[in-house]
Design a binder for this molecule. Structure first.
Ligand code: OOG
Ligand code: MG
Length: 263
């Protein structure tokens, strides 16, 4: 696939993202043989277009880092993408279903680094040594593909289904706390829908950031200090409906999140 052919894919997915409608996966409609490196190149083109339109990146995100998510999506490998500032939803605020196609929510542990991390060879220990703060997060994913039906290259081009994120307050890494043991409980209208720990994310969320650093190194890039990093869903994602009041409570001093879903 040359740049022009990848550009056609980017047109197709970018338009669905901007105008919020569902499409068939590109490995069905355009290119069954799309490889993962080609998919990341297309993602890079899509991100560049959004930046050229004046959007800004809030931070990177990891996806499909947990068994629950891999099983839910029938996919076997972590991926990365970007959360744009325009996707951020205030903690305590609300979203409108009309701004999404078929949104789902998932709890995540966010990290903020105190220094840049550049691969290759970055380990979870390196990540922990560089970590300055943590924050509670809820990601709102909204695959542009019908029924969230995609393969890895499809979801990579679709910027890993990124559509919304709620971030809580940054806190210093709590002393004596094993981040892998931090638990999050997701409730909707007071009813528990999902629960999971940091260990669900590649045994430890620091492994997700090490994966990101080592992947970005292939493009000569680093994971930057100061950016909020979403390490991936700790549970399977839960569908949202009008009238939902979503709460995610984290233990170990991370705090909680809340948002409402309206028509
Ligand atoms: C892909 C995005 C996955 C996560 O945290 O695992 C993701 C999807 O499930 O649509 O963000
Ligand atoms: Mg996620």
């Amino acid at each position: 696939m040359d740049e022009q052919q990848l550009g056609t894919l980017v047109d197709y997915v970018d338009k669905a993202q901007t105008e919020k409608y569902e499409i068939d996966k590109i490995t069905k409609t355009h290119c069954p043989g799309l490889t993962i490196p080609q998919a990341y190149r297309a993602q890079e083109m899509l991100v560049a277009r959004r930046l050229a339109r004046g959007e800004t990146i809030a931070g990177p995100k990891l996806g499909l880092t947990s068994r629950a998510k891999m099983q839910q999506m029938h996919v076997e490998q972590p991926i990365y993408g970007y959360v744009f500032s325009s996707m951020l939803v205030e903690n305590g605020g609300g979203i409108h279903l009309a701004d999404y196609i078929h949104p789902k929510v998932e709890p995540e542990i966010g990290f903020v680094l105190g220094e840049d991390l550049k691969g290759p060879g970055v380990t979870a220990e390196d990540v922990l040594a560089a970590t300055a703060q943590l924050f509670p997060a809820a990601e709102i994913i909204d695959s542009r593909y019908k029924n969230f039906d995609f393969t890895l290259p499809d979801v990579i081009v679709d910027n890993t289904s990124a559509a919304g994120a709620v971030f809580g307050t940054y806190v210093p890494v709590p002393a004596g706390v094993n981040i892998a043991a931090i638990e999050a409980v997701l409730t909707i209208n007071g009813e528990e829908k999902a629960r999971g720990t940091g260990a669900a994310v590649l045994e430890h969320p620091a492994n997700a950031i090490a994966f990101l650093a080592n992947m970005l190194a292939e493009k000569g890039q680093a994971v930057k200090a100061g950016q909020p990093i979403m390490t991936g869903g700790m549970t399977a994602a839960v569908r949202l409906a009008a009238g939902d009041v979503v709460e995610v409570r984290f233990d170990s001093g991370l705090g909680s999140l809340r948002f409402a879903v309206e028509d």
